[in-house]
Design a protein around this ligand. Sequence first.
Ligand code: GLU
Length: 291
Amino acid sequence: MHTRILRFAPSPNGHLHLGHAYSALLNQDMTRDLGGRLLLRIEDIDATRCRPEYEAAIVEDLHWLGVTWDADVRRQSAHFADYRASLDKLEATGLIYPSFESRSEIAALVAARDRKGGWPRDPDGVPLYPGNARKLSSAERERRRRGGDAFALRLAMDAAVARAGVLTWTETGAGPQGQTGLVVAAPQMWGDVVLGRKDVPTCYHLAVVVDDALQGVTDVVRGRDLFCATAVHRLLQALLGLPEPVYHHHKLILDAGGRKLSKATLATSLRELRAHGATAVDIRRMVGLGR
Ligand code: GLU
């Protein structure tokens, strides 16, 4: 049996809060129980929101919590070439296509479809892609690309699902409706997702899948808010011929009003709690890992 590899993968777009602490500590506990290795990955593809000072703060907060990781930290912004190569591979299969609409054009298309009787949303509540870019002729695509028009690369979801067939994953935690064990993936819920953004040659889904494979991650332990996204991850793994990790989606830490914690709320930020005298042991207890 080879070594199990886990990872904690925060985005440096704010300070860590109790929810991150729970995820990091659970990753560390599970790594220890499995006799595995824990990696830290910094998910900073979004240059407009991520900052090096947040990354430094993440490292400081994790050290304070007593979370340790092995080997080098992987920073996604240093690996765009890897994501580009995977996009090229997908492009060669004919399953991705450029879409040139601006945000406001997309919003107008969604509004028009909503007026005609409603347009579906993805599991995060975002309208599915409403456009027709897939039907542009290759001559028109070429003309616009050569003319320098910005475009996103989208996955032709129905064709991709038909190509991949039925996909499942092994869930050792639970989804929002308690799904556990062998889960059937339903990536169709996401429509024609963006895989390559206008500004960077990747998106969250692609970067996570490529990195998990390149880093040999065997067990993905993360918040339940990413349970539904796993269907897209399984689809990309199938299309790219990448191995399938085991998934463990854990509970979310909620605020007093039952809402997901936000990086913008001071009260639950680890730095703020530390400044008010909390210890790492207190944090463990606060997130329900008391021992
Ligand atoms: N970077 C993501 C986040 O901070 C986590 C991604 C993952 O664990 O797959 O929510």
